[in-house]
Write a protein that binds this ligand. Structure first.
Ligand code: MF3
Ligand code: CO
Ligand code: CO
Length: 246
């Protein structure tokens, strides 16, 4: 969606706050031995307290409040009885709907004493997101976002997962336009003031190709390499974007 009124901005900010709050609460509980379901229940508690609903369940019938993906799982992992282990890389991807408005964010968190390689991959997802946020303003071409992500990711020797991209958001989780994580020549249209999108680099230590894990939801890297993901929901302005999920 594109924001037309101050009320819409306020409503999106409120949804974004719920997402940020849920992620904060979840990440403090990340440690060896915790199950992904326990983390999901933390988010469910935050949502219930705020009167928010889980976007993935609402829009797609996803079996969980949040998507929790571990190690070689890139996106859409189903929370369950899996226990996190020392050295794991967990992605907490949270989408809330509050009074008809959606916000979406993700962080990659290392568990316990993770290797340098794992920590660096997580840090690269944050760096790619930050690089892309710096380019995202009214008048800039949409594909400048993907260009920035890809430059940042490849500077560390990692690959973006080309099948997975950011998106418009607001009244649904996924709205036009797609926001690829690589320079796509057909996405040269200018970003416009008020446009609400996610930026979400999804990268892998290996090739970036993904496949279905077999549960109908989870996408894993084909080569088994670890994946990292960082995401914010933003509003495009004449200057720096408004980060709704900070
Ligand atoms: N949070 C995901 C995204 O960033 C959307 C998950 S919806 C699901 O696009 F149903 F596919 F899980
Ligand atoms: Co998300
Ligand atoms: Co998203």
């Amino acid at each position: 969606m594109s924001i037309e009124t101050p009320e819409e901005l306020a409503a999106l900010r409120a949804a974004g706050r719920v997402v940020a709050e849920a992620i904060r609460a979840m990440r403090t509980r990340v440690r060896p031995g915790v199950t992904t379901r326990e983390l999901d229940e933390i988010a469910a508690g935050v949502f219930a307290g705020a009167g928010a609903r889980p976007g993935p369940q609402l829009d797609y019938g996803f079996p969980g409040t949040t998507c929790i993906s571990v190690n070689d799982e890139a996106v859409h992992g189903i929370p369950g009885k899996r226990r996190l282990r020392d050295g794991d890389l967990v992605k907490l991807d949270v989408t809330a709907e509050l009074r008809g408005y959606y916000a979406d964010a993700c962080v990659s968190v290392t568990v316990g004493n993770a290797s340098d390689a794992t920590r660096k991959l997580a840090a690269a997802s944050r760096e790619a997101l930050n690089c892309a946020l710096e380019t995202a303003r009214a008048g800039t071409a949409l594909n400048a976002i993907g260009y920035a992500v890809q430059q940042s990711v490849s500077s560390h020797g990692y690959s973006v997962c080309p099948d997975l991209m950011g998106h418009g958001i607001g009244r649904r989780i996924h709205e036009p336009p797609n926001v690829p994580n690589y320079h796509h020549p057909r996405f040269g249209q200018p970003l416009t003031e008020g446009l609400v999108i996610t930026i979400e680099p999804i990268l892998a230590a290996g090739s970036g190709a993904v496949r279905d894990a077999g549960d109908g939801w989870t996408l894993k890297t084909r080569d088994g390499s670890y994946a990292a993901h960082a995401e914010h929901t933003i509003v495009i302005t004449d200057g720096a974007p408004i980060i709704l999920t900070a």
